[in-house]
Write a protein that binds this ligand. Structure first.
Ligand code: ZN
Ligand code: ZN
Length: 140
């Protein structure tokens, strides 16, 4: 099941719909997700994200949960939306859950992307005003 988010801006007429997730929907999506998870695991084990994270994954391998579903992100610099594969790992311990989220780069300006907080209002990618509204959430 995937989710669609539709944003609309009354100031400039911007309107766009984004589709994320869909893990159970197609074989292709599942394959891509699994590949992304594997890639992330190996990158971490090769020390791409630093020694602390590497040790953690190495020692707690069985308890790590990797999430590489797609999600909607927005760039805080140029305000562009983009659908990216989430790169997230979490470790469930007795009394806490540790979540590591890896940095995403904006395809447009290379700034850091933030995962959309599902707020109903955000900056418009077109006119850059704080006027873009989440008008509908759908399932596909
Ligand atoms: Zn950007
Ligand atoms: Zn606008």
């Amino acid at each position: 099941m995937g989710t669609s988010y539709k944003y609309k801006c009354d100031e400039c007429g911007y309107e766009e719909e984004f589709f994320v997730g869909g893990r159970l929907m197609t074989k292709d999506y599942k394959k891509r997700t699994e590949e992304a998870e594997e890639e992330l695991r190996s990158a971490v084990l090769y020390g791409k994200y630093g020694e602390t994270v590497r040790q953690l994954i190495k020692n707690e391998r069985e308890k790590m949960y990797v999430n590489c579903d797609t999600d909607l992100y927005q760039c805080m610099e140029c305000r562009q939306f983009s659908v990216q594969i989430a790169k997230e790992m979490s470790l469930n311990q007795k009394d806490f859950t540790l979540t590591i989220e890896f940095r995403h780069e904006c395809p447009g300006c290379h700034s850091t992307l933030l995962r959309k907080t599902r707020g109903s209002i955000t900056f418009c990618p077109k006119c850059k005003m704080f006027t873009a509204q989440l008008v509908s959430i759908g399932k596909f």
